[in-house]
Structure formats: structure tokens, C-alpha cells
Design a protein around this ligand. Sequence first.
Ligand SMILES: Cc1cc2nc3c(=O)[nH]c(=O)nc-3n(C[C@H](O)[C@H](O)[C@H](O)COP(=O)(O)O)c2cc1C
Length: 349
Amino acid sequence: MTPVQHLNALLARPEPLLALAPMQDVTDLPFWRLMTAYGGADVYYTEYFRVHADSKLEKGIVPSIAENPTGMPAVAQMIGNDIPSLVRTAKELQQYPIAAVDLNLGCPAPVVYKKCAGGGLLREPERIDAILGALRDAVQVKFTVKTRIGFDDNAVFDRLLPIFAKHSIDLLTVHGRTVLEMYRSDVHYDFIARAVQAMSCPVLANGNVSSAKKAEQILQETGARGLMIGRGAIRNPWMFQQIRQHQHGEPILLPRGRDVLAYIHALYDAVTSPEVPETLQVQKMKKYLNFLGLGVEPSGAFLHAMRRVKTKAELFALCAEHLDHGDEMSLEPFELDLQAKDVLAGVHQ
Ligand SMILES: Cc1cc2nc3c(=O)[nH]c(=O)nc-3n(C[C@H](O)[C@H](O)[C@H](O)COP(=O)(O)O)c2cc1C
């Protein structure tokens, strides 16, 4: 079975399709492998490949599509606006066993959108029209788009949907926020529902899928064919499995504090390498723990202390202090008092 056939088979089932979101510097091959061990997504999106006139496929991301260890279809995401370069890159990506090439129309990092790529393109629907037309011709595997609902104003969404439909994209993921809403506003699920109505292709709902219960609510509210999950999967790698259990009416697996502690150890082993200095290994773990910490305890004490640890020993002593217990983990993240620019809000370069 080819990756495209595999994705088609997954879409032919009655169950919602569960995708692991692309997250730069997070969802690399070792992270994919770890997610798979915890039950795993149905489909895995790469971090974005940056595309411009001189770009080459980024060496750090290629292993995800060359060696995809998940046993499930991989989707390779691109970000850029230069049509010849996007076409060239789409062809290069299709040398690998991927199910789809995806175009990013949502990245809110100013360094990206100021160059009119990612979310910046949502200010120029005509340019999106031209890009999609060229890519549709160049992509023989599935061609998919991941979009937000506008740049500063969601009124543009009604202009975007006919453009997506015109180019017969094979799947659309909608993160139900504008670019300027970044990561912390409410998610406009009603806009995702509008996309479901307007598009003949499957639509995945994205944004704040925080638990199996919330997943069910979002599916009902939007009518989406599936869900894309990002930060929630870092915090709770069991979530894909829990959603499947909930959908089947089975009891949900309830991890305990010690299971979360074991996950943090497994994450450390997966995403750090012994040849890298320990301070950098700890730095890297903090990136994940910023998200994971939202599920550890409600006062913010774990996050505060975590940001100050320097060594591996300090890090794991802190984790053990909070998690070496048999109580069930909270299924929803705690509401912590965060700054708009806090890294937990998902700010990335
Ligand atoms: C650290 C981080 C990196 C991200 N990198 C990407 C990316 O490379 N491509 C992309 O389309 N979205 C990226 N996103 C956005 C996510 O894919 C997703 O749309 C967003 O986090 C909302 O989903 P969630 O609430 O389930 O996290 C990133 C988000 C975060 C937090």
C-alpha cells in the first residue's frame, strides 16, 4: 500500500482522522516515534520546510519523511511564496514516501509573515490562488493546505474557501484563529464549520483540542472529518488513544503522575543526544516542558522552578517532586496566568 492509499483507507473509515500537528523544533522524527509508542496519531505532519530561491530540503527534517518510523502516512509541509521554488520543492518532496504535500498558510511568526509567507499570505488571496494553481499541477500525491481564518480580519475567509475549492485540494486543515490572534484567543469553531460546509474535501479542525471530551465537542460543533492536535499531544501523549477510546464508548486510560514522569524520562531519552552538552539538553527539554507543565499542577510553581533548573539532575528531581505519585493526571490543562508573549502561547521563530 502506498502512503496515499494508506491515507485514503484511513479516510474511508467512520472514525475521525487524528493528525499530529506540525510544530517547528518539536515534531521531529524522535518525537514522532515517541508519540507512536503512546498510541499515536493516524497521520503525521512534518515541521515546515522553508522554501525560497536558494532553499534545499532541510537536513534536520528530511529523516522524518525518509525514515518515517510511525507506520502511518506522513505529510510534508512547505512554507514560502515563490512559485517556481515551491514547485521545485514539491517535486523534491515527492521523491520520498509521503502521502501529501501541505502548504502552510498560518504561521504567525513576524519574521515569516512580514515576508508574506505562512500567515502573511492570507492578506493576498490572489497570490494564494496562483500558488495553489501551480502546486496543484505539480503534486501527484495528495495536495493539502493548513490555514488560519484570516490575517487580522476573518472576513477574508469567505474569499479563501472558493479559492481552496477551485483548486480541488485534497484536504484542508483549519486553525480557527486569525494570524494576529496567535495561539491564545478563543478558537472560532464556527468558521471551521463553515469550511466543512463549503468544501467537498475532508476538513480537519485545529486549535485547542485539549482532551477526548473536548475533541468530541469540536467534532460535533464543526462536523469536521477529523482533528489536528498540537500542544495537547506534547502535554498528553495518550490523547490520541483516549480520543479513540472515548469515540468507541470505552473507558479512557487515565495516566497517573508516575506515568507522566516516565513519559518525561522517555522524552529526554528520545529528543536529546549524549554528545550534546548537558546544558543544551536541558534547554531543549524546557521547550517541551513549557507545554507539558500546564498539566502538572495548577499554581504555576512547577513551570516557575522548571525554567530555572540548570542540570539534568535538578530537572528530574523537580519532576519527581511533582509527579512521583499515583494520582490521576488532569485531563484538561490548568488555566495558568500567562503573558500574551509567553512561550506557552506557542510563540516560535
Ligand atoms: C512550537 C510550535 C511550533 C509550530 N510550528 C508549526 C509549523 O511548523 N507549521 C504549522 O503549520 N503550524 C505550526 N504550529 C501551529 C500548530 O500546528 C497548530 O496549528 C497550533 O498549535 C494550534 O493547535 P493546538 O491548539 O492543538 O496546539 C506550531 C505551533 C507551536 C506551538
